[in-house]
Write a protein that binds this ligand. Structure first.
Ligand SMILES: N[C@@H](CCC[C@H](N)C(=O)O)C(=O)O
Length: 288
């Protein structure tokens, strides 16, 4: 038997990576069930009848505006009910949400992967993403060696952690890859004890990259992945395809991101974060 109640939600997207945002003060007793129900692309949440249903995750956000700059605690619950340590586009959405409430342009985002500083200018949000790591313990890998241009499944991948693990393949043309077919065996490869997001990228001819990502937790391709965009540039630098500290344009299907991976210090991810609308969502809970 189940009973229904509702909580207010806001819908945001960052270059097409879309999220249901719930204020963590509003009680949602079963967050995994809430995410599984409302992120479903066939039967999940929609703002209007004509909208695409569902979302790539639910962001539970707790604003702590007694600090300067204000802090926001971000918890991303994914469509399969799992919690992700980090989400680049989710962090940009969290910053936009918190900045509007706290009437500020700078916020600190507390995530399981660490605290990240963000700046918000109108719809454009930049987030410090930390230092990408290729170390086997950090990715993590079931191996003592870094994984650089290794054959895994049908792709040649390099493994990096940009808050979450990515297996990145640089290919000639991202549109020439059947990602839904090739990604699952890499995403679940025993080499990745916690699984991996599978990101492919190809040079765009102008110094940037086109990107596609099959996301762990969504178990499918998303319109954009911020940690994946940072992973593309980190791997491109590692392979000698990019040099220096300048911003690099990375274009997933949902838009354009700016990524900086300096030789020293934190990576930076910039791009738009858009508030699409508001609604009320059923809180599904079981009664014994
Ligand atoms: N879409 C996100 C990544 C979310 C986490 C990922 N699915 C995982 O489980 O590692 C992004 O923008 O970074």
């Amino acid at each position: 038997m189940s009973a229904l109640n509702t909580v207010p939600f806001e819908k945001f997207h960052g270059t097409g990576n879309d999220f249901v945002v719930v204020d963590a003060e509003d009680p949602v007793p079963d967050r995994p069930e809430f995410a599984r129900t409302h992120c479903d692309r066939d039967a999940g949440i929609s703002l209007t009848e004509s909208d695409r249903r569902g979302a790539d995750g639910v962001l539970f956000l707790a604003l702590e505006d007694r600090y300067d700059p204000p802090r926001v605690v971000m918890t991303l619950v994914q469509p399969d009910g799992s919690v992700a340590a980090m989400c680049g586009n989710g962090a940009r959405v969290a910053a936009a949400w918190a900045a509007e409430r706290a009437e500020t342009t700078e916020v600190m985002i507390d995530t399981p992967a660490g605290t990240r500083r963000a700046t918000v200018e109108d719809d454009y949000v930049s987030v410090e993403m930390g230092v990408p790591s290729f170390a086997p313990r950090d990715v993590p890998l079931d191996s003592g060696e870094e994984l650089v241009e290794a054959e895994v499944g049908d792709l040649t991948v390099t493994a990096v952690n940009t808050g979450v693990p990515h297996a990145v393949a640089i290919v000639d043309d991202v549109d020439g890859v059947d990602l839904e077919s090739v990604a699952p065996s890499i995403r679940h490869a025993p080499l990745f004890p916690e699984g991996a997001n599978v990101t492919i990228a190809s040079p765009d001819g102008n110094g940037g990259f086109r990107q596609r990502t099959f996301e762990r937790g969504v178990e499918g391709e998303t319109q954009s992945c911020g940690t994946g965009a940072v992973a593309v540039v980190a791997v491109a630098k590692r392979l000698g395809l990019v040099e220096g500290d300048d911003p690099v344009s990375v274009s997933p299907p949902g838009g354009e991101l700016s990524v900086t991976v300096p030789d020293e210090g934190t990576a930076l991810l910039g791009g738009p974060a858009v508030h699409e609308g508001d609604g009320e969502a059923d809180v599904v809970f079981r009664q014994r």
